[in-house]
Ligand binder design. Structure first.
Ligand SMILES: C[S@@+](CC[C@H](N)C(=O)[O-])C[C@H]1O[C@@H](n2cnc3c(N)ncnc32)[C@H](O)[C@@H]1O
Length: 270
């Protein structure tokens, strides 16, 4: 099959977001970014007559010979089935029909759902995050955990990261999931900069980060609040538990996949 390749340079950042929304649900073969360009592949006979050209600064169209790029991207970022009714997919794969069908662009920030740590943080959120709960997402990356929490009814959500790139990734992923940007409060900085207490904290970073910041986790949780930690291996379980137990946390749940550990701890009610 022959393909048409569109290279689009959006007018500005807002136009870029709107173009992503436009392409969502269109029968396109693939879409990704290369610097400021959005690259879209269409089957030769398909047209995009309704492309909002007012959002486009530059548009180039070429014919592509038959190639295996489509299978390459499909293989690299297949749909993730979190469970029967929850999926995660990149924007160039069509809706899965799942009740919660998360769309995450595999961009510069970590968190597409393909890594066992992200996957299990989502599963633990599904199990423990109740409607109306508040959540602090420490190290939000792509924003995937905050977006999922928003979908299942968390109320106040703060997405924290030290990498400024993640703000744009979070905004784009919010747009792809029809989540109002103000629903998730992005914060650039450290936990100490976040005000208030939360029902849940989710931290998918590394064992040393967890151990060093454990007192801050305790401070940021309400009595009886839950701490979901991930991003470490079996060999680190003991030292993570030791530190958290010293602070009065009790283990509530645990999952291990491919040697990657995700654990849930509850803070004491007193
Ligand atoms: C493994 S990714 C997790 C992304 C996403 N939460 C997930 O579960 O897929 C870790 C993220 O933590 C961020 N990070 C690293 N150190 C941090 C710190 N001290 N405070 C806040 N975020 C941090 C990184 O920039 C990165 O985006």
């Amino acid at each position: 099959m022959k393909w048409r390749k569109l290279v689009i340079i959006p007018k500005d950042d807002v136009s870029r977001e709107l173009l992503y929304l436009f392409f969502q649900g269109k029968a396109i073969g693939g879409l990704w970014e290369n610097g400021e360009k959005i690259i879209v592949y269409l089957e030769e006979q398909k047209t995009l007559d309704d492309l909002p050209t007012n959002l486009v600064k530059h548009l180039e169209e070429t014919e592509e010979p038959e190639s295996d790029w489509k299978n390459y991207w499909k293989k690299k970022f297949p749909v993730v089935w979190v469970e029967k009714n929850i999926t995660i997919r990149p924007p160039w794969i069509g809706p899965t029909g799942a009740v919660i069908d998360l769309v995450i662009y595999p961009g510069l920030a970590f968190g597409t759902g393909h890594h066992p740590t992200t996957l299990w943080c989502i599963r633990m959120l599904k199990k423990y995050c109740k409607k109306g709960n508040t959540l602090l997402d420490v190290g939000t990356g792509s924003g995937i955990l905050s977006i999922f929490a928003s979908k299942i009814g968390a109320s106040r959500i703060v997405a924290l990261d030290i990498d400024p790139l993640t703000q744009k990734e979070l905004q784009r992923n919010c747009a792809l999931n029809n989540i109002h940007p103000q629903k998730i409060d992005f914060k650039l900085g450290s936990i100490a900069d976040v005000r208030g207490k939360f029902d849940l904290l989710v931290v998918n970073i590394g064992p040393n980060f967890i151990i060093e910041n454990a007192p801050l986790f305790e401070e940021k949780l309400v009595p009886g609040g839950l701490l979901i930690v991930s991003g470490f291996e079996r060999k680190d379980i003991q030292k993570v538990c030791y530190k958290l137990n010293l602070l009065g946390f009790q283990e509530t749940d645990r999952a291990v996949q491919n040697n990657w550990v995700t654990m849930v701890f509850s803070k004491s009610r007193k």
